[in-house]
Design a protein around this ligand. Structure first.
Ligand code: TLP
Length: 350
């Protein structure tokens, strides 16, 4: 069966151009810094983020982990959102592996943290308390609906952090979606941050990898941490080659995914058993729930959808996340709408 897979943009597979580039990539031992293709990707990534240097890592999770550990020592504290990917979905790595304490502030519906909350969370110099070192933001914000943070807001948080001798790390797994949605370069969104990670293997469709970017001195610290985490890869140019194609050819087309997410949401808005979240989609994610009067669980609906060839993300007892990406064309969106319609026909309101 040819699946219509809306669970995530992580399911995207390398394009033909990526496979070609991978097959012919010039490689070397990257642990010695000798892989020309990795070096090229890191330089290109740093340039796109407006930073001095980049570090190729196997995943967004490792990018955030190495990125945070390069800012914080054991017992130091990071201020982050209670819906941040780093807090919810990275297996507690920053505390388990780095001994980093987290202070979670309520994420607002638009993905932001209130500036007053951040200010109030910064610890005084008191030996009873951890030392606040870092603030983390996420752009786009996954659990807040794939909403994009503005450059202006990020700048305000950066200023607040720096005035208090803190650093700002940006989990920019989908920073290019945020940039394309706002019609600005990603470097503008990353400028206030001391460090930023972005993913090559989500909407950009590369098979593996993320890049952590920051100052030269910061990246050399992160490089050692990546080694400690077992993330020193050898002839990784095979993977980096696809990442270069991703950066060069897959960024601008993200606008299509945003357009298609709107189209899909519009089609679903006519189904009485589906309740779309207000404002969804902001970028390439649709968040929605089963309308109150229908007594069915999301996982049952997902099973029925799967039988019709459509995979959907279940993110709560009655909630779904649908993510558009380059493998979802207009036809696939239409088929998904029809499948939802068919499943809905068998549901009865209470
Ligand atoms: N997110 C995945 C799941 O883990 C939820 C997804 O399907 O969206 N930051 C953000 C904002 C992310 O959404 C993700 C992945 C990561 C970091 C981690 O990236 P990977 O999966 O490469 O470790």
């Amino acid at each position: 069966m040819d699946w219509i897979d809306l669970r995530s943009d992580t399911v995207t597979q390398p394009t033909e151009a990526m496979r070609q580039a991978m097959a012919t990539a010039e490689v070397g031992d990257d642990v010695f810094g000798e892989d020309p293709t990795v070096n090229k990707l890191q330089e290109l990534a740093a340039e796109k983020m407006g930073k001095q240097a980049g570090l190729f890592v196997p995943s967004g999770t490792m990018g955030n982990l190495a990125g945070i550990l390069a800012h914080c020592g054991r017992g130091d504290e990071v201020i982050l959102g209670n819906k941040a990917h780093t807090f919810l979905y990275e297996a507690g790595g920053i505390s388990a592996l780095g001994g980093v304490h987290s202070c979670q502030l309520p994420n607002q519906a638009d993905g932001t943290l209130l500036l007053d909350d951040i200010q109030a969370a910064i610890r005084p110099g008191d030996a009873h308390q951890p030392i606040t070192r870092l603030v983390c933001l996420e752009n786009t914000h996954n659990r807040c609906g794939g909403v994009a943070l503005s450059g202006e807001y990020t700048r305000k948080v950066g200023d607040l952090a720096h005035q208090n001798s803190l650093c700002l790390h940006l989990d920019g797994a989908r920073i290019f979606n945020a940039a394309v949605a706002q019609g600005i370069p990603a470097s503008e969104l990353a400028a206030p941050a001391d460090s930023v990670t972005f993913c090559l293997s989500k909407g950009l469709s590369a098979p593996v990898g993320s890049v952590l970017c920051g100052s030269r001195e910061y990246i050399s610290r992160a490089h050692r941490i990546r080694k400690q985490l077992g993330g020193g890869m050898r002839q990784a140019g095979i993977l980096a080659a696809a990442g270069i194609v991703a950066l060069e050819t897959m960024v601008d087309r993200l606008a299509e995914d945003h357009k298609r997410a709107k189209y899909l949401a519009q089609g679903l808005s006519f189904l009485p058993w589906i309740s779309l979240d207000p404002g969804t989609p902001h970028t390439n994610m649709i968040f929605m729930a089963i309308a109150e009067q229908y007594q069915v669980e999301a996982k049952r609906v997902a099973e029925r959808m799967a039988k019709l060839g459509v995979r959907v993300g279940v993110v709560g007892k009655r909630r779904f996340r649908l993510v558009t990406h380059c493998w979802i064309d207009d036809q696939a969106a239409d088929k998904a709408i029809l499948a939802f319609q068919e499943v809905g026909e068998k549901l009865k309101p209470a």
